[in-house]
Write a protein of this length. Structure first.
Ligand SMILES: [Zn+2]
Length: 670
């Protein structure tokens, strides 16, 4: 945290001219051909304090910190400035204000839960249990979550085989993060389970359940059985193993136990016939538990999870118990909880696009978004030309690749049409009600998609978050307003730097739609490879040369890069750089290069690319990255430039320079 604050202050300060250099200036004492990363970043690396803890610090970390401060300020401003009734700002401000109104929350005690608790108490048989479980099938989860909040998780997205929205179901219902927390026999995990059981007992006691100690043991035993039915991690992450289409009638046959009629009816899915079951073992397992476990164990489990789910908007004792277990014991955070931070996160979660409207009005106005769109469209044009000229791809495959590129939606900044929150009532003194109404709003919005065609440009991420998301299915990529800012992108700044930095990043992501990761999805996001075996061989041959180049990098005398491990991402880095360079040239429309700050456009393009990767990282973190990460460490990502003839020309690189590669050793894949 200390490092982050120091860096933010430093980078936000106006560049001073005479006394100290701008942190983004290159270091002219280093020869670009010997150490391009050092030439580009040494001024910044010296200006920023070395992290003292295990954390690394880079552009992304800086933007995360900067944007969380911006979003915090916007939400707090909305809460105090009395915006117009029913406006985005009113909903945002009142949601946050209600969350922070701990007095109002305290005065209601647990009464907001009364109807749910009565509902659980009324469970008397398998059918009423199934019906209640159906009400918990919420759509607050998405395809990226390993363990859904309730016994099954719901996502409405297109099917893996046709462009039609269907119900996706996957495993969930564990209070601990994952399957291993329940079945791993190590002393550390066993200790964690003991602590979790004590936590369950504390929650049940708060709910007024008699004999909470014995009941907690029973709840934990039930969760262990749920975890035992989870798919192994490797299977859970394999899309071909996730693609299990089930008809409605299959549930009773393949997963007996649950009263599926009652379950789907109360989930609002009674009329659905097609489902994709991501982990069949989990559905089968939890369904069998409806019969094999006692109703009382289920009722205690549901009561406990009900309080956990709403803990942040329930009285202080409940919220504190929740924080003590999840944030302090599991995640190592120091008490007390930062309520402001929780309130900001909750508001972003419930009203993400309302917050985004406030964010983009201030930080990415339409003219700036239009500049980013221009860049995206030049990148796609450049990609099309490069793909058309490939020699290793067969004509048939090339046709499919070009069709996929033509269909790819590259979306920047924020949606053209925002989510309409007008039917979501947000009340300033009702935190619990607001959370519940926001969940119901999201749920009905998601269920409505089942009656609508697939919308490939629906945003999967809040635009205020610095980030990029690839949706192979339905075939779209999103680059947020949060990431379209300096040092990656400056709408009123230098095009050469924008293309070298944000442009290369966007082109990197676009290339994933056509590589080892994306080639299993077609133009409409349907699963099924379109590369021939011969194409794959050719691709691997071209890539092997790049893997060998990477394996020559040895950050420590006893530790070198594993070229195969980082190959897919390194291919994307190279593709991103090549395509962004072509697109930069396109953007000039034949106009001559201009010199700024003593550097040509070509030089500034490559400089900005190298500055994308600046990173302060303690040795232990670097060693860990080399052992586990599929991305190269920053300095070597920056060295992708070695494969571009234009870099040699721009910086007059000579054969005697350390980074020099003979023309025949420069890798070309895309
Ligand atoms: Zn990547």
């Amino acid at each position: 945290m200390l490092v982050t604050l120091v860096c933010s202050a430093l980078l936000l300060a106006a560049p001073s001219v005479a006394q100290s250099p701008n942190p983004s200036d290159p270091d002219h004492s280093i020869k670009p051909g010997d150490d391009f990363y050092g030439y580009a970043n040494s001024t910044w690396l010296k200006a920023v304090a070395t992290p003292t803890g295990p954390a690394a610090y880079d552009n992304r970390a800086m933007l995360m910190e900067k944007n969380s401060q911006r979003v915090r300020a916007l939400i707090q401003e909305a809460a105090t400035s009395h915006p117009a009734k029913a406006s985005a700002a009113q909903k945002v401000g009142d949601y946050y204000a209600s969350f922070m109104d701990e007095g109002a929350i305290e005065s209601r005690k647990l009464t907001p839960l009364a109807d749910e608790i009565a509902h659980i108490a009324a469970i008397t048989n398998k059918t009423s249990l199934s019906a209640y479980l159906g009400t918990t099938l919420n759509s607050e989860v998405d395809g990226l979550v390993a363990n859904a909040d309730h016994v099954l998780g719901l996502w409405i997205n297109q099917s893996f085989t046709e462009r039609r929205n269907v119900v996706h179901l996957w495993q969930g219902g564990l209070g601990l993060p994952d399957r291993d927390n329940y079945i791993d026999a190590s002393p550390k995990m066993a200790e964690q389970r003991t602590q979790y059981q004590a936590h369950i007992a504390a929650v049940l006691k708060q709910a007024g359940v008699a004999d909470p100690g014995a009941k907690a043991e029973r709840v934990l035993a039930l969760e262990i059985r749920i975890a035992q039915a989870f798919a192994p991690d490797a299977d859970a992450a394999d899309v071909f193993k996730q693609n299990n289409p089930w008809k409605r009638a299959d549930f009773a046959v393949k997963a007996p136990g649950m009263d599926w009629d009652a379950y789907f009816q109360s989930a609002g899915l009674g009329d659905q016939s097609d489902f994709v079951v991501w982990q069949p073992s989990a559905v089968t397992g939890v369904s069998a538990l409806v019969i094999s476990e006692s109703l009382d164990a289920w009722k205690d489990y549901l009561t406990c999870h009900l309080l956990e789910h709403y803990a942040t908007v329930l009285p202080k004792a409940v919220a504190a118990e929740h924080f003590a277990f999840y944030s302090t014991i599991l995640a190592g955070a120091q008490p007390p909880e930062d309520r402001t931070q929780s309130g900001i996160a909750a508001t972003n979660g419930a009203l993400g696009q309302a917050v985004a409207q406030l964010y983009t009005q201030r930080y990415l106005p339409p003219e700036a978004k239009a500049k980013a769109q221009d860049m995206a469209s030049n990148l796609v044009t450049a990609y099309r030309a490069r793909m058309s000229n490939l020699t290793w791809m067969s004509p048939q495959t090339k046709e499919k690749a070009l069709a996929k590129l033509a269909a790819l939606e590259v979306i920047v900044g924020y949606p053209d049409t925002w989510i309409d929150y007008s039917t979501l009532n947000i009340v300033r003194d009702d935190a619990f009600g607001n959370m519940r109404r926001a969940e119901a709003f999201l749920r009905s919005r998601n269920l409505a998609k089942l009656k609508e065609p697939v919308d490939p440009i629906e945003w999967p991420i809040n635009p205020q978050v610095p980030g990029a998301v690839i949706m192979f299915s339905p075939n779209a990529e999103f680059f947020t307003a949060g990431i379209l800012q300096p040092p990656y992108f400056d709408p009123s700044g230098d095009a050469a730097a924008n293309y070298g930095s944000a442009g290369a990043g966007m082109a990197h992501e676009i290339s994933h739609s056509f590589d080892e990761l994306g080639n299993i999805y077609d133009a409409e996001g349907r699963l099924g490879g379109w590369w021939s075996a011969a194409d794959r061989d050719q691709f691997h041959q071209a890539a092997a040369k790049l893997a060998a180049q990477m394996s020559n990098y040895c950050p420590f005398p006893d530790l070198c890069i594993n070229g195969e491990q980082v190959l897919t991402e390194s291919i994307a880095d190279l593709a991103g750089l090549l395509v962004a360079h072509d697109a930069y040239v396109l953007s000039l429309k034949g106009k001559p290069d201009v010199v700024i700050g003593g550097l040509t456009g070509e030089q500034r393009f490559f400089l900005a690319f190298a500055q994308r990767w600046r990173k302060l990282q303690p040795d232990a973190a670097l060693r860990k990255q080399i052992a586990t990460d599929t991305h190269l460490p920053g300095p070597y990502r920056s060295d992708s430039v070695r494969n571009l003839d234009d870099w040699y020309k721009a910086y007059e690189i000579m054969p005697s320079d350390k980074l020099y590669l003979k023309p025949e050793d420069r890798v070309r894949i895309w």
